[in-house]
Design a protein around this ligand. Structure first.
Ligand code: NAI
Length: 238
């Protein structure tokens, strides 16, 4: 199996890339700063918000991988605040990365996926795509958009043998959340609040999300397409 993981140098993407590689896949990581991706992962540098950068990096990754079975659209950035927060330039930037980044990488990868006998795409959404959380208007809009996109792509490409599914993590213990906590006025209180938000009473681990992605990308999920799998400590369902 060959796989390309965007944003694979940190957090959920890195854990996913390492899990897939540990299961025998040849894995390339595409990232703004791929240096965080350890061996045996292949590294390509790109900004998913930039057309030329994505085109050349995906071409290089496909060349080095020798084909593509699995695309994990994981690269993403956050934003806080209500619909009134931030300038429209910030709104455009987040949509440019989270939504159009997924579009760019998928367009570049589809020809190779069509040639695979076991092709699938996994999109990393977020529980904010399905549950209303305060102060996350822009981020939620971007994740709702990629979730709907995943469903639409599942319908468009089912006839080509390409499965498309979405994983909705709750709050995951990644460097991103570490940065948010570091910036909080009271990091301990902020962590307690994040834990309390999830009925299981703790943050989700990166590996738990990686296992969900690996399942959806595997032959065990050969009948699974157009779905959303929440890995959220019970946040949405309970
Ligand atoms: P992270 O910040 O630890 O890692 C994100 C990676 O994406 C970094 O290596 C970064 O360099 C890369 N990246 C960011 N912008 C990029 C761009 N324009 N082009 C190429 N690479 C870029 O983040 P984390 O927490 O692992 O998040 C990964 C994904 O999971 C994101 O899409 C995020 O929205 C989603 N997610 C995270 C949750 C969490 O609690 N950490 C919860 C729900 C969803």
């Amino acid at each position: 199996m060959t796989a390309l993981v965007t944003g694979g140098a940190s957090g959920i993407g890195r854990a996913t890339a390492l899990l897939l590689a540990g299961r025998g896949a040849t894995v390339a990581v595409l990232d703004l700063d791929p240096s965080g991706a350890p061996d045996p992962l292949l590294r390509v540098r790109a900004d998913v918000a930039d057309d030329a950068s994505v085109a050349s990096a995906v071409a290089e990754a496909l060349d080095r991988l020798g084909g593509l079975d699995v695309l994990v659209n994981n690269a993403g950035i956050g934003a806080a605040g209500t619909v009134e927060a931030g300038g429209l330039d910030e709104w455009r930037r987040v949509l440019e990365v989270n939504l159009l980044g997924t579009v760019r990488v998928t367009r570049a990868a589809l020809p190779a996926l069509r040639a695979s006998a076991a092709a699938s795409i996994v999109v990393i959404g977020s529980i904010v795509a399905t549950a209303g959380l305060p102060e996350r208007a822009l981020y939620s809009a971007s994740k709702g958009a990629v979730t709907a996109l995943a469903r639409a792509m599942a319908a468009d490409h089912v006839g080509e043998g390409i499965r498309v599914n979405c994983v909705h993590p709750g709050t995951v213990d990644t460097p991103w959340i570490g940065r948010l906590l570091d910036a909080a006025a009271d990091p301990d209180a902020a962590l307690t609040a994040l834990r309390a938000r999830q009925p299981l009473g703790r943050l989700v681990s990166m590996d738990e999300v990686a296992h969900a992605v690996a399942y959806l990308a595997s032959p065990a999920a050969a009948s699974v397409t157009g779905t959303e799998l929440a890995v959220d400590g019970g946040m949405a369902g309970l």
